[in-house]
Each structure stands twice: as structure tokens, then as C-alpha cells.
Design a binder for this molecule. Sequence first.
Ligand SMILES: Cc1cc2nc3c(=O)[nH]c(=O)nc-3n(C[C@H](O)[C@H](O)[C@H](O)COP(=O)(O)OP(=O)(O)OC[C@H]3O[C@@H](n4cnc5c(N)ncnc54)[C@H](O)[C@@H]3O)c2cc1C
Length: 334
Amino acid sequence: MGTDHRAVWVIAEQIDCHLQSVSLQLTGQARNLADQLGTSVEAVLLGDHINQQAHRLIAAGADRVYLGKAPELEIYQPELYSEIVINLAREHQPEIILIGSTDMGRELAPLVAGKLKTGLTAHCIDLVLDQDMILEQRIPAYGGLLSIVCPEKRPQMATVAKGVFPTPEPDDSRAGETLMIDIPTNLPGRIKTLEIIRQAPQGVPLETASTIVAGGAGAGDRDGWDNISELAATLNAALGSTRPAVDEGWTELETMIGQSGKMVSPEVYIGVGLSGEQQHMVGIVGARIMIAINQDAKSPVFEQVDIGIVDDCREFVPLLIRKIKAYQEKKVTC
Ligand SMILES: Cc1cc2nc3c(=O)[nH]c(=O)nc-3n(C[C@H](O)[C@H](O)[C@H](O)COP(=O)(O)OP(=O)(O)OC[C@H]3O[C@@H](n4cnc5c(N)ncnc54)[C@H](O)[C@@H]3O)c2cc1C
């Protein structure tokens, strides 16, 4: 199937008029793909007071930015944003649409894909072109990477988390055009976001932490989880988690590391009561030293870490906390 020189699109995202880093990262990757396809990179950015952000997208690799500016677009509105993107995509027929796996992207991408009757691969960790110039959308699965393609429908759509691709160095000498989009006044309005209230992050942020303690299903219950959380606090580390810990309600989604969570690169990662499933481990490929505590000596997590401790975390972790605290107190009194 030929590409027909249709553009590679990035649906960029701003919060409080600040462009999200994943949008720049996707623009950089879109540039790589577009160069191979012999086509252009186009970004769509919706908001208010966002002119400056269009220049940043061009400096990151976009040839054209469709800018939708209106007070009602200042914060993400699911119906309004999706209708605008769908109408634009129908008009310009992009070959590929990339969207960040952010709170906005996770909702917007399926809304757009559904209406355009095309495929969507969520939480990709790599995007390459195959020999027929079709987008291979790679996700971790079955102990390796699974390539998903959308050979017939267009656009090919994928979401990608922050940190999967590097942020390109801005090239302020790049030329590009900014086209203002007309915002139709007769768009649906069943849902209106009035305000987005952000919860202040608790503890050490995962993204910048030098030490991370991540807990999994092996915590067993709330008490077991509290031990893991206390271990993180004792080490002044950020608290991370696997999906089951979030599903159990022990911790917030914001702590989840992995394919559909956060990508992190600490100096030290300590995984407690988790099995080392790939969807989690892809999130910590940047870690320097990896330690795992698991009661099952045959757990696959031990094949992936530098130091393995075989023990019941419900007994080992409280003991470890006591030892660390005793050591910390000794250091202070010396
Ligand atoms: C599309 C998709 C995306 C996903 N994205 C993510 C993601 O971003 N992040 C993520 O984490 N998961 C993700 N998952 C889920 C992922 O596949 C795994 O199910 C999950 O990571 C497993 O979590 P776990 O290791 O905590 O649980 P389990 O696999 O159940 O492992 C629990 C481990 O705890 C050990 N254990 C039990 N009791 C104890 C004890 N008392 N002491 C010590 N060890 C004990 C067990 O031996 C076992 O190894 C995704 C799945 C899919 C399909």
C-alpha cells in the first residue's frame, strides 16, 4: 500500500498554555517517520493564548501547525476537541496520527479513532515503518515486543507515553506555517469540563527520583502495602506500583510504572512482591541498579535484576525498615 504522501500528525497538548513534553517527543518521532515516508509533519494544537507553542512544535520538527484558538478550548473538552480533530482529519486525510498517553490522549484517541472507523494501538513503546512503509506499532507482550499494524484503514493511530522517545533539541531556524482553524459554533455540547483540579503530588515524584520502591500484588493487602510505602518513605524514595496494586485500590494510578504508566530512570529501583511482567519492566529500562524482593525463587523478575532477595515481603520489609532506621539513627548520633 502506498502512502500517497499524506502527513504524519501529532495531536499536541497544552495544559495552562504549556506544551506537554510528550507532544514535542512525538513531533520528533513524527519527523523521523515523515522523512522516511517522504511526507510532512503536521501538529494540531487546541487551546487559548497558545501562539508561542506553535513555534515550539515547528522547532521540534513540525512543518505545519493547525492552531485552534478560542476561550472555550482553554481546557480540554472531550466532545469539542474530538469533533475538531475528526473534522480536520476528514479534510486532510493524514497517514498517521500520534497522541500522547496522557489523561487527555487516553480519552481523545479512541473518540477520534472510533469516529474515523480506524484502528488504534494504545501505549506503544516503539514506532517504526515496515518494508511496505506501514507503521509497526510496538507494544510489550508475550515476553517480547508485539508489532501491530493497521494495513487497510487510515489514519494509522497510536498513543505513546511521555519518555518513550527523546525530546528533540529545538531548531529555531526551522521554517513552518501556522494555520488557524475555524472553530465551528454548532458543535455538540453534552459534556463540558468546567475546571481541572490537579492534586498536588504526594512524596517524591517518580519522574525525578533517584531511588524508587515499587510494590506489586505480592503486598497481599493494605497492611502489606503500607509496609512498602513506609520503606519508600524511610529511604526518601518515590513510591511506584504495578497495575494490580492500583486495581486493589492500595495506591493511585499516578504511581503505576510501565507501558500504560510512567517511564522512569532512577539510580536504584527496588521491586517488592512483583513478578517482573514486561508491561511493568518496560517502564524501568533506564534504571541503573535493580533489586527485587520476591518469595518465589523461580519468579521471572530475578532474571531481570542485579540483586535478588528471596523472602516473604510481609516479613522482610518491616525488618528492613527497622534496620535502615537503626542505621540512620546511628549515623545521626555519631
Ligand atoms: C495492555 C496492558 C498494559 C499493561 N500496562 C501495565 C503497566 O503499565 N504497569 C504494570 O505494572 N502492569 C501493566 N499491565 C499488567 C501486567 O501485565 C501485569 O499483570 C502486572 O504488571 C503484574 O503485576 P504484579 O507483578 O504486581 O503481579 P503478579 O504478576 O501477580 O506478581 C505478584 C508477585 O508477587 C510475588 N509474591 C506474592 N506474595 C509475596 C510475598 N508475600 N512476598 C514476596 N513476594 C510475593 C509472587 O511470587 C509474584 O511473583 C498491563 C497489561 C496489559 C495487558
